[in-house]
Ligand binder design. Structure first.
Ligand code: SAH
Length: 364
C-alpha cells in the first residue's frame, strides 16, 4: 500500500489553510481557527483545539498533522543571546538565534541549509550548500522561538544561514505568516529580509511583499565587492543600488539598511567611507557597521574599534545614519557569519526534560 504523507499544516498560510478546510468539506473559518491555535497559541495537538468538533478532529487527524523542527540543543551566551540548533526531518541541522535587546526580542531565522553564495568572510559559506528550507522549517523556527520564550518575538530578521532571496516562495510565505494578525502580528517594519543582492528576486519581492530591506554591501566599489561578495559579478552595484532604491520607494518612513562588515585593512579606510557616501547618495540609507566575527580558517581580521568609529563618524558627517552593531553571542558562535548548523557534543538530557513539559500559551 502506498503511504501518503499527511499534510503538514505548518506549510500553509492563512489562505491555504482556509482552502484546505474547504477541500475537506468543512468551513473556511475552521481553518482560521486552526491557524490561530497553531501560530497564536502555540497549540499543535488537535485534541487541545477545543472549538473543533470531534468529527472534524478525526477527519483532520487522518490527513493532516503539525510537524515542527526539533530543538536538539540550546546554547546560551553570557549576554542573553541564545542559539537554538534545530534538527529537520532529514536529519540536517540549522541554527536560529534569539537576541534580546532593550525590550525587543529579535529572532534571527535561517532560510537554507548552508549557503551557495560563497562570501569570502562568512563561515556559513564554508559549509557549502545543502538545500532550501520549506515554509514549515522557516516559520517553525519562529514557532519554536515563541514556545521557548513564552511569547511571540517582537522582530524577525531573515539573517541566519542562507540567502533568503534564493529560496523565494517559501521565504515570502513564511514572512506573510509572521505578519498575519492571527499569527505573530509583526508589522512590516519588524520583519527584515537580508540579502546579498539578487537583483531580479529583489524586484520580484517588491511585487509581493513590503517587509523591510537589509542589504549586505560590504564594499563601495565593484572591484572589491566582486572579491568579498561574489554574486556582485552577476549583479553589480549599478544594478543593485537602483533596485534597492525602488524597493523602498513610496514609503517615506523607509530606509535601506546596508550591512557593512569591517575587515581590517580591506574595506575600512576613510577612502572607503567616502566611496560609500558617494554610492549611497540619493538613497535613504542607514548603515550598520558589523565588526568582523572571526572563525577558524579565515584570514581576515577585525578592524580596530578606533577605525570603525572614524569610519562611522565620516558617514555621520555626511548625514548618513550609521551604527556599529554590537557583536552578540560571539562566545557561542551565534554572531553574524558564524552560523554553521554544527552541534557541539553534549547530552540531550536537558532538552528532553524541557520538551516533556506542556506548551506555554502566548499572552496575546
Ligand atoms: N545571505 C543573506 C543573509 C545572511 S545575513 C545576506 O547576505 O544578507 C548575515 C549577515 O552577516 C550578512 O550581512 C553577512 O554579510 C554578515 N556576515 C557574514 N559573515 C560575517 C562575519 N564573519 N562577521 C560579521 N558579519 C558577517
Amino acid at each position: 500500500m502506498e503511504v501518503v504523507q499527511k499534510t503538514n499544516l505548518l506549510e500553509l498560510d492563512l489562505k491555504s489553510m482556509e482552502a484546505f478546510f474547504v477541500d475537506l468539506g468543512s468551513k473556511a473559518f475552521h481553518g482560521r481557527n486552526v491557524f490561530k491555535w497553531i501560530h497564536k497559541h502555540g497549540v499543535v495537538d488537535f485534541t487541545a483545539m477545543t472549538d473543533i468538533s470531534k468529527r472534524l478532529r478525526e477527519q483532520l487527524e487522518a490527513v493532516a498533522e503539525v510537524r515542527l523542527p526539533e530543538l536538539v540543543f540550546e546554547q546560551p551566551s553570557w549576554d542573553g543571546t541564545r542559539k537554538w540548533v534545530l534538527e529537520l526531518e532529514d536529519g540536517q541541522r540549522i541554527e536560529t538565534v534569539y537576541i534580546p535587546d532593550d525590550g525587543r526580542s529579535t529572532i534571527c531565522v535561517s532560510s537554507q541549509v548552508g549557503c551557495a553564495l560563497d562570501c569570502s568572510f562568512c563561515s556559513t559559506a564554508q559549509q557549502g550548500f545543502n538545500r532550501n528550507l520549506s515554509v514549515a522549517e522557516i516559520i517553525g523556527q519562529v514557532w519554536v522561538a515563541a514556545r521557548e520564550l513564552g511569547h511571540s518575538p517582537t522582530n524577525v530578521v531573515m539573517m541566519g544561514m542562507g540567502e533568503p532571496l534564493a529560496n523565494f516562495d517559501p521565504v515570502v510565505t513564511a514572512m506573510d505568516i509572521m505578519q498575519d494578525d492571527l499569527a505573530y502580528m509583526l508589522s512590516k517594519y519588524r520583519v527584515t529580509i537580508s540579502t546579498s543582492g539578487i537583483v531580479p528576486a529583489l524586484r520580484k519581492l517588491k511585487e509581493v511583499s513590503d517587509v523591510s530591506l537589509a542589504v549586505s554591501l560590504h564594499a563601495p566599489d565593484n572591484a572589491l565587492r566582486d572579491e568579498l561578495v561574489p554574486i556582485n559579478r552577476k549583479y553589480p552595484l549599478e544594478e543593485l543600488i537602483p533596485a534597492c532604491r525602488d524597493f523602498i520607494e513610496g514609503d517615506k518612513r523607509r530606509k535601506v539598511t546596508w550591512e557593512y562588515v569591517m575587515l581590517d585593512g580591506i574595506n575600512d579606510s576613510i577612502k572607503h567611507a567616502k566611496g560609500l557616501i558617494r554610492l549611497l547618495e540619493g538613497t535613504p540609507s542607514k548603515v550598520n557597521l558589523i565588526p568582523f566575527n572571526p572563525f577558524p580558517g579565515s584570514d581576515y581580521k577585525t578592524s580596530p574599534p578606533e577605525r570603525v568609529e572614524a569610519f562611522r563618524q565620516r558617514l555621520k558627517r555626511s548625514g548618513i545614519i550609521a551604527m556599529t552593531r554590537k557583536t552578540r553571542g560571539d562566545d557561542i558562535d551565534a554572531a553574524c557569519g558564524q552560523l554553521v548548523g554544527k552541534v557541539r557534543d553534549r547530552s540531550r538530557r536537558d532538552l528532553k526534560r524541557r520538551q516533556s513539559q506542556p506548551l506555554q500559551v502566548n499572552p496575546s
